[in-house]
Design a protein around this ligand. Structure first.
Ligand code: SF4
Length: 419
């Protein structure tokens, strides 16, 4: 135990005091600066009732310690350059066969045109991912990056999941290190740490037939960090998993971060079951996504377990919607992700939370929680603080859903945070 004293805000102390003994003991210890172990993390993830409020209060306290009252976002664009993929991951509602009427393949000039449009709208990041098209050359990944960088040298390219790196390296007969080093020299800035799902052999077997093993995911991420490519970290939860898997997954991410320091943030991704074959074929064995309490706990316990190692916890508004994303700002979250402009992956799985949110809308959400909006770049360097002005807002690039995703804000008058 360290010699730090527990933090004694009256509300926080009251909420922790109201928790059951095992949870209270873990939270008191965490507030004293001690690391939450895997077993303790499992206890927190399994918590119920008033314990959840205590966990969220501690996570919110740790968020304030690490990030103050700022909540960040990035102006970015998603480009899913193909949805043609034969890997057959059972949870995936995105992949299509080449002959399907809604199969998509974006040629490089179209990808560059979308990148230019994003740049003209203030975008600083492109998030590029695609299916593993069976006829695609492994060199195509580098060609995409080079084509964009030759037109937009300042644009940050955040691209290619570890599954795509695994595929590209196999296709080019390179090891991960040389494939990633080549991509970096083409101009790759960072990578999404997607395709992690749950880093557990049994769960992965059910989700992905373990085609990309947990070991391979970890090796690719560690190699990326070692060649200077930073990545996000993700967890996809709410299907055939549970508290033990979640705690082990977060513990593994923490151990990687202790060695490499390469993760920029954690993004919990709730399983969207609606159009997922995994759920449709096994509705008795697969859960229809996480419960509301599990969503709260995922963000809050991750904040507590990763304290001091990964201090950016992002909520995915495309998975949860704007209202629940706002709720997560009180459960350890300090980042709302990106504007996206074209979100395809969650939408294909049945998510109805829209494809784009503007910078102005993100600022409204953040201010409604009495926090200060800040625009960041991909590596979490602050670009602009909106403490006394609003962003120049543009019309959304894509058509909206028929419902207004921000209608709930009518209940929350806009407030600027006071310090
Ligand atoms: S998750 Fe990715 S690799 Fe798996 S089937 Fe879907 S697009 Fe293909």
């Amino acid at each position: 135990m360290t010699d730090r004293q527990p933090f004694c805000e009256p509300d926080l102390a009251r909420q922790v005091a109201g928790a059951t003994r095992p949870v209270r003991s873990i939270l008191d210890s965490a507030l004293c600066g001690n690391e939450v172990s895997l077993d303790e993390g499992e206890t927190l993830f399994a918590a119920t009732g008033a314990d959840i409020a205590a966990i969220c209060a501690v996570a919110d306290h740790m968020r304030a310690e690490a990030n103050g009252d700022r909540v960040s976002f990035v102006v970015n664009r998603n480009i899913n350059f193909t949805n043609i993929c034969y890997m057959g991951c059972r949870f995936c509602g995105f992949a299509k066969r080449a002959e399907a009427p809604d199969a998509e393949w974006l040629p490089i000039p179209e990808i560059v045109a979308r990148a230019q449009e994003a740049w003209s709208r203030g975008g600083t990041e492109l998030c590029i991912q695609g299916g593993l098209h069976p006829r695609m050359d492994g060199t195509y990944y580098g060609e995409i990056v080079q084509a964009i960088k030759s037109e937009l040298p300042q644009m940050h390219i955040h691209a290619f999941s570890p599954f795509e790196i695994w595929y590209g390296a196999a296709k080019t007969k390179q090891d991960y290190r040389s494939f990633l080093t080549d991509l970096k020299s083409c101009g790759l800035g960072s990578m999404p740490g997607t395709a992690a799902e749950i880093l557990d052999v049994e769960v992965r077997r059910k989700l992905t037939k373990n085609k990309l093993s947990a070991e391979a995911w970890v090796e690719i991420i560690r190699t990326a960090h070692s060649v200077g490519i930073r990545t996000s970290a993700t967890i996809m939860y709410g299907h055939v998993d549970g508290p033990r898997h979640w705690a082990a997954h977060i513990d593994l991410l923490r151990s990687i971060q202790k060695d490499t320091g390469g993760f920029t943030e954690l993004v919990p991704l709730s399983f969207v079951h609606t159009d997922s074959p995994l759920y449709r074929q096994n509705p008795d064995q697969v859960r229809a996504g996480p419960t509301a309490a599990e969503v709260d706990k995922m963000h809050a316990v991750s904040r507590i377990m990763l304290r001091g190692w990964i201090d950016n916890i992002q909520v995915s508004w495309t998975k949860l919607g704007a209202e629940r994303a706002r709720d997560m700002l009180s459960a350890g979250v300090n980042d709302l992700g990106g504007t996206l402009m074209n979100e395809s992956i969650s939408r294909s799985a049945g998510s109805t939370h829209g494809q784009e949110i503007t910078a102005g809308e993100l600022c409204r959400i953040i201010r409604s929680a009495s926090r200060v909006p800040v625009r960041r770049n991909t590596l979490y360097e602050i670009q602009e603080v909106f403490d006394d002005h609003d962003p120049v807002d543009l019309e959304p690039l894509v058509a909206r859903n028929s419902h207004d995703p921000l209608a709930f804000l009518e209940m929350f008058p806009e407030r600027r945070a006071t310090r």
